[in-house]
Design a protein around this ligand. Structure first.
Ligand SMILES: Cc1cc2nc3c(=O)[nH]c(=O)nc-3n(C[C@H](O)[C@H](O)[C@H](O)COP(=O)(O)OP(=O)(O)OC[C@H]3O[C@@H](n4cnc5c(N)ncnc54)[C@H](O)[C@@H]3O)c2cc1C
Length: 661
């Protein structure tokens, strides 16, 4: 056990607020905080769930086998918690995708897709009868499922999926086939070697429950060709797989029929609203907004602590080398990431509540807010995951050479966070989906000023009613309002350009493709305006509820986030809002002032995220800050250090060196 690094201790002693208070907010209250701590103790102190050998030194096969061993232990512990009535949604999410789950299985859990996609799809798309048949087996892990939608040839364009499910009226069965190589399912998590069932999406975009492996022997069932897709940039133990079908028969009642049906005679009844079938994806996207905040919290904790400990390059030539955090450009890199972690967390909570509310309405048959929720979840998933992935990379760069070491944990953090930009809807495609919704909303408002727009797009009408934005004073309120003006104008431009294309004779799809750049920009700004608006209302309200010391920090983070976001999009602000040189100067100085004011509290802030050392898993970011000792300890684990001379010397190097080339 090392003592705390004195530089880090000094930072902690100099903080003006109590990080524990932040932790309590971050965790959602004292009760949830205590539960989280108890859960972490239960799982992190289990020696069976620790890896003595870092994953980087294991083979692809070893990583998988070790991850299954641990996934099973975790599942057993979850069941024990369930049996004593201690299993809540929070526990479930913390262990499957949250910080704790990532600490125990840092490259992914091969059972995640079972819990996160297979079970929720049955819940969301199965009839009551189907839920009774499948859910208890799935919940008890008598069967392990995956969600097989993407194919080798198609992921985004669902109507392009080639897997066929032809109905045989005589036997009342569907016959599944993969007619081409590109029809093979490709990517599903846990499919490679773990799952024995899959929800398979086939034409006409219906989901089927299909047995893919024998329940006793685990051999692929006749007609099914399964394998694992091989190493990836990250998520190395996700066990993503491929799957092909040759005349595989499933009974009619294996098609999940809550939203769409096929009758005994083969008549197809389509869903009332096609978005209903995307309910599970919408839920996962909402959860991913919270995950973006967690990724930034982890990365910024590592980089901030390291920057308090690392000393390099005198600022004043007559003084000793400073902590690298005192270089202002280091603050420029790090502090906005801390602010984003907090803002995304506040937004994630709001969206989660909104989703819960809209889902209840949907259950009752009220579908009015479904398109709005769908558009918002797509857009925020895209904006937050992109910011999280780039924020993790900024934090890595901020740690210089050591940030490039595996033991910094940045490679894994980056691999995990950039994957989110692709799965559950590729980000550009998500933005385009949102943009179509926004352009439609703008068109309605432009053609009929009396139209009532739903709350999250109501701001669009402002530029129709009052085209000029006046009175920008650089305050948080003014920045948020300006963001909405800018977003609304971007949506207007996208709408006008699409209309222009339509007038030139382009069909809607071609028109939107030609205006894809405007569309994506409009959707991104819509997301950023929403994030800014929610940050303002939520964090301001929050500041009143906590101690004045923490309230001040929240206010400061809010200002930092908003000014930073505004400066990043300054070109658009200058285009649509009458900003003067003086206004821009003011924003730049305000930004630098925020960095300066945050500096004394930034270590306490990341301490407030209260991320256990096992969760950070970083030689650079541990609570005690003994960076150099930990980097050295990590290097000593290299198998290449287990012998003084490696065999390759005798075999290759020595003959070369003695051969007088
Ligand atoms: C780690 C990971 C886990 C995954 N897990 C699963 C799983 O469990 N189950 C499952 O079924 N799938 C899974 N997937 C697959 C994932 O859902 C798809 O990769 C994703 O939806 C993107 O589809 P794609 O690969 O076909 O990309 P493509 O659609 O081919 O995208 C390639 C490029 O084309 C662009 N593009 C495509 N269409 C359009 C368009 N209409 N307009 C503009 N640009 C466009 C994209 O923006 C992108 O730049 C996983 C993927 C990853 C990386």
């Amino acid at each position: 056990m090392y003592t705390i690094n004195p530089d880090l201790q000094q930072e902690r002693d100099g903080a003006t607020f109590n990080p524990y208070e932040l932790t309590i907010w971050w965790d959602g209250g004292t009760e949830k905080h205590e539960k989280r701590k108890a859960l972490e103790k239960l799982f992190l102190e289990d020696s069976e769930l620790k890896d003595d050998l870092p994953l980087s030194y294991m083979s692809h096969k070893q990583i998988y086998e070790n991850s299954v061993r641990k996934a099973v232990l975790i599942a057993k512990k979850l069941r024990d918690l369930h049996d004593v009535g201690e299993l809540s949604v929070d526990t479930y999410t913390a262990l499957l995708g949250g910080t704790l789950g990532c600490a125990l299985l840092k490259e992914g859990n091969p059972l995640s897709v079972h819990f996160v996609m297979f079970v929720p799809t049955i819940l969301g798309q199965g009839t009551m009868e189907q839920q009774i048949t499948w859910l208890s087996k799935a919940w008890e892990l008598n069967i392990i499922g995956t969600y097989a939608q993407t194919e080798l040839g198609h992921g985004t364009f669902l109507r392009g999926l080639e897997t066929r499910a032809d109905y045989d009226e005589k036997t009342q069965e569907f016959v599944l086939n993969s007619p081409t190589l590109t029809a093979y399912k490709w990517w599903p998590g846990g499919l490679g070697n773990t799952a024995n069932y899959a929800v398979v999406v086939a034409q006409l975009l219906a989901p089927f429950i299909v047995q893919i492996r024998d329940e006793e022997t685990h051999m692929p069932v006749p007609g099914v060709d399964i394998g694992e897709i091989g190493p990836k940039l990250g998520m190395k133990s996700g066990n993503n797989g491929y799957l092909g079908f040759k005349n595989v028969r499933v009974p009619l009642n294996h098609m999940l029929m809550k939203n769409q049906q096929v009758l005994f005679d083969g008549t197809y009844i389509p869903p009332k609203n096609s978005a209903l079938t995307y309910g599970t994806m919408m839920f996962v996207r909402v959860v991913l907004i919270r995950d973006a905040s967690l990724a930034l919290a982890k990365a910024s904790t590592i980089a901030v602590r390291y920057s308090a400990v690392r000393r390099q390059s005198p600022i004043d030539p007559n003084k000793p080398e400073p902590q690298i955090m005192d270089h202002i450009t280091q603050q420029l890199k790090l502090f906005p990431q801390v602010a984003k972690a907090i803002v995304f967390k506040a937004n994630g909570d709001i969206i989660y509540d909104m989703y819960a509310h809209v889902s209840q309405e949907i259950e009752k048959g009220a579908l009015e807010r479904l398109p709005e929720m769908h558009a918002l979840s797509c857009c925020l998933k895209a904006v937050c995951s992109a910011d999280a992935a780039s924020g993790v990379e900024v934090c890595r760069l901020a740690c210089g050479g050591h940030g490039y070491m595996d033991c910094s944990n940045f490679p894994t953090l980056y691999g995990m966070s950039t994957a989110v930009c692709t799965y559950e809807g590729e980000n550009t495609v998500m933005l385009l989906q949102t943009a179509r919704y926004l352009v439609k909303a703008y068109g309605q408002a432009a053609l009929n000023p009396q139209v009532q727009l739903v709350p999250t797009v109501a701001y669009i009408k402002k530029i129709i009613e009052e085209p000029e934005f006046v009175g920008f004073d650089g305050s948080s309120e003014a920045i948020v309002e300006a963001f909405e003006y800018v977003a609304a104008n971007k949506i207007r431009i996208a709408y006008e350009r699409v209309e222009q294309q339509r007038r030139k004779g382009a069909v809607p799809e071609v028109a939107t493709n030609r205006c894809g750049i405007e569309m994506v920009q409009a959707a991104e700004l819509h997301g950023r305006a929403f994030l800014a608006h929610t940050a303002l209302t939520e964090i301001q309200a929050l500041s009143q509820k906590v101690s004045p010391a923490l309230g001040e920090i929240f206010q400061l983070l809010l200002e930092l986030y908003l000014v930073d976001a505004c400066l990043h999009g300054i070109g658009d602000f200058l285009r649509f809002i009458k900003l003067t040189q003086q206004d821009v100067n003011g924003l730049e100085l305000h930004f630098q002032e925020c960095l300066k004011r945050l500096r004394p509290n930034v270590v306490a802030l990341v301490d407030g995220f209260d991320l256990h050392d096992r969760i950070l898993d970083s030689a650079l970011g541990a609570y005690d800050g003994n960076v150099y000792e930990k980097i050295f300890d990590a290097a000593k684990k290299s198998p290449l250090n287990k012998e003084a001379v490696n065999a390759s010397f005798q075999k290759y190097l020595k003959p070369l060196m003695k051969s007088n080339l």
